[in-house]
Design a protein around this ligand. Sequence first.
Ligand code: ADP
Ligand code: TZD
Length: 580
Amino acid sequence: MAEVVGIVQPQAATAEHPHETTDGFHLVIDALKLNDIDTIFGLVGIPITDLARLAQAEGMRFIGFRHEQNAGNAAAISGYLTQKPGICLTVSAPGFLNGLTALANATTNCFPMILISGSSEREIVDLQQGDYEEMDQLNAAKPYAKAAYRVLHAEDIGIGVARAIRAAVSGRPGGVYLDLPAKLLAQTIDAAKAKKSLVRVVDAAPRQIPAPDSVKRALDLLRSAKRPLILLGKGAAYAQADAPIRDFVEKTGIPYLPMSMAKGLLPDTHPQSASAARSFVLAESDVVVLIGARLNWLLSHGKGKTWGGPKQFIQVDISPTEIDSNVAIAAPVIGDIGSCVSAMLAGIDSGFGKPDATWTGAIEERKTKNLAKMAATLAQNPSPMNFHSALRAIRDVLKARPDINVVNEGANTLDYARSIIDMYEPRKRLDSGTWGIMGIGMGYAIGAAVTSGKPVVAIEGDSAFGFSGMELETICRYDLPVCTVVFNNNGVYRGTDVNPTGGKDVAPTVFVKGARYDKMIEAFGGIGYHATTPEELTQALLKAIQSGKPTLINAVIDEAAGTESGRLTNLNPQSAAMKK
Ligand code: ADP
Ligand code: TZD
């Protein structure tokens, strides 16, 4: 290894010290590398700067961020894309807390990641004597992580890292916290003993085969269905069981709906996609097969008007406690999606009739009607641009590049892009997910670009972009092929609110009018574009993608377009009360 400034070097054996030694810094890196982890997303400082230096010196990639939340989001999405835990490295207390939001978001979305934070000395923290960046991080992390561990002795680093990896990826994936006190990193240990202490995790996410009777119960119910529906969630996308899922959908002939991040598992243009008749199929179906999708708020908790008449559910999930979480599940199938779907597929014989034509015909009719309506809306060319005309331009460019990762956040920008932009390949749509969180944009974009080596187009509301906008510098620093499109309508949701008092302060939702986000990326050497029409947006996006460079398009949208909270207006108690 090259001499690295500031790092304690492993000591070679001498006559005076007959044993070669190593230290905590080296052991952490060795443990990660032994488990094929090659990238760390993070932000340096006491006590982990040397850990980052050493990682790089030892051939790992260290991607340095401007804020830990974005590093954490990059790690989380990298975990989602690869089924290997993404690693985020932070300093103690404030750095850790900045990373904790991303860890909690990863756990909420079932993405595997490990947040590794340096921490200050236990003796001082536990007596609350006021150390530099003192905090009881392990306890703070516990409620938001799938698991949380602290390592106190160098000889336990191998086991600590192994436990963290296994906890992150086995069963339902999630975020794991690993606490590394400063003193541990500097601890020296006999090199031979250290080597023996490392653990290469065997079969980190073992297959979980469903019980045959659960598969039979599910298929019996499915056979009895008159109006069956398959719902694919991001668990199905994560599972990388793309071929069996496609076979299951096509062999059964059942119409399917993809949840947002499951779009592209089958191409959105697939004839069995019922996306354009979503409300109809949710309300009218009688048996619904949930594959890696939870009946949470995104699916109206499986009840109420959205779901219409009586319904029976088959739920395929790796987590047994997910079953009956909102409504009774008639046929749970517990196991990993690949194994469950393959087992169900094996039970579908020639006697398994395709859904009745009255059901598929009714869906087709709705689809045709709704698609025609959408086509008419998309064909309009208002000036200034609105969400639809801008997204039409982006949709048409992306159609020719199904390999591009699409990151998406905002309110209207999120809701409209989800329905207008078709996806053709699995795991290419990365968005606000289970929490509907803002701020994932640049972190996910960087994580996806670094992990996949493919370009990214990040479609961002102007408010959403602001949460992680400083990472444009990171994108430029690593020269990543990320094109950020800011849908600029001068505010949160829209830019037309006024302060009812007539005072000097603008309304709570309003930003600086006519901001030039394209100038921001120019400050770091990237390329900025300013687009006020769909034609300009098309040209800018084509050039941006073609360049393979860090780019940002300031897409000027009508500031009166869009609605408060996008499609979530009903969840907004304040605006509902004000309307009364
Ligand atoms: P969506 O938001 O797309 O509906 P969710 O995040 O709500 O999706 O649901 C994902 C579900 O997938 C979770 O309940 C999780 O336990 C499950 N899951 C994740 N990975 C697997 C896997 N490999 N096999 C089976 N289920 C999985
Ligand atoms: N903070 C966080 C972390 N997540 C959130 N979801 C919010 C705040 C609330 N919020 C939304 O739910 S959407 C949104 C906020 C602030 C931004 C909407 O404005 P935008 O998008 O400019 O990004 P549109 O497309 O113009 O509506």
